[in-house]
Design a protein around this ligand. Structure first.
Ligand SMILES: CC(C)(COP(=O)(O)OP(=O)(O)OC[C@H]1O[C@@H](n2cnc3c(N)ncnc32)[C@H](O)[C@@H]1OP(=O)(O)O)[C@@H](O)C(=O)NCCC(=O)NCCS
Length: 154
C-alpha cells in the first residue's frame, strides 16, 4: 500500500531530466534520454504523473490521449520502491485523467515475459487484444513479443 508520505504530481515539460533518470532506473532497455522525453512530453495530448516518496521521485507514468483513445506510453517504479502499490497508483491516475479527457478506451504494449507488469494490468482490467512477435530486440537476448493490452474506460 502507498502511504501518507506518497504523493503524485502532474508531469511538466521541465521534468524531462528526472523522467529520463527514472526510466534508466526502471528499465533494462535503452534509456530514454532527456531529448526523447522532451519530444514525448511535447506531443499533443501527452501527460503524466511522478510519484513522490518522501518527496523523492519513485516512479512515473507517461500517457497520451488522442481523440477518444488513450495510450499508456511508459510506466515504471524504481526497484527499491516496487510492490508497495506505486505502480497501481500511477496507472490509476493516468486512467482517471484519460476518463476526464473523454477517452473511452486505453491501450498499451507490454513484453510477453514481463510478469510484474502483466499482473498489474490484468488486475486493473486489461485484456490481451493483440500480439506483435519479435517486437523487443536486444543484442544477446532472444526476441520477445509485445502484447497489446486494452480496456474500456468508464
Ligand atoms: C510493473 C511495475 C510498474 C509495477 O510497479 P509496482 O509498484 O511494483 O506495482 P504494485 O505494487 O502497484 O503492484 C500491482 C500489482 O502487481 C503485482 N506485482 C507487482 N510486482 C510483481 C511481480 N514481480 N510479480 C508478480 N506480481 C507483481 C502486485 O502483487 C499487485 O497485484 P495484487 O493486487 O494482485 O497484489 C514495476 O514492476 C516496474 O517498474 N517494472 C519495470 C518497468 C516495467 O516493466 N514497466 C511496464 C512496462 S509496460
Amino acid at each position: 500500500m502507498t502511504g501518507a508520505a506518497t504523493a503524485l504530481r502532474p508531469v511538466g515539460l521541465f521534468d524531462a531530466a528526472v523522467i529520463s533518470l527514472l526510466h534508466a532506473e526502471c528499465f533494462d532497455e535503452a534509456r530514454w534520454d532527456e531529448r526523447a522525453v522532451t519530444e514525448i512530453l511535447a506531443l499533443p495530448g501527452a501527460y503524466g504523473f511522478i510519484a513522490l516518496e518522501h518527496e523523492a521521485p519513485g516512479g512515473f507514468v507517461l500517457a497520451r490521449v488522442a481523440a477518444d483513445e488513450c495510450e499508456i506510453l511508459s510506466l515504471g517504479v524504481r526497484r527499491a520502491s516496487r510492490q508497495g502499490g506505486l505502480g497501481r497508483e500511477l496507472l490509476r491516475a493516468a486512467l482517471r485523467f484519460a476518463t476526464a479527457s473523454r477517452a473511452r478506451a486505453v491501450h498499451l504494449e507490454v513484453a510477453e515475459n514481463n510478469t510484474a507488469a502483466r499482473h498489474l494490468y490484468a488486475v486493473e482490467g486489461f485484456t490481451v487484444t493483440g500480439r506483435r512477435g519479435g517486437y523487443y530486440r536486444r543484442a544477446g537476448s532472444p526476441e520477445v513479443a509485445a502484447l497489446v493490452l486494452s480496456r474500456d474506460l468508464p
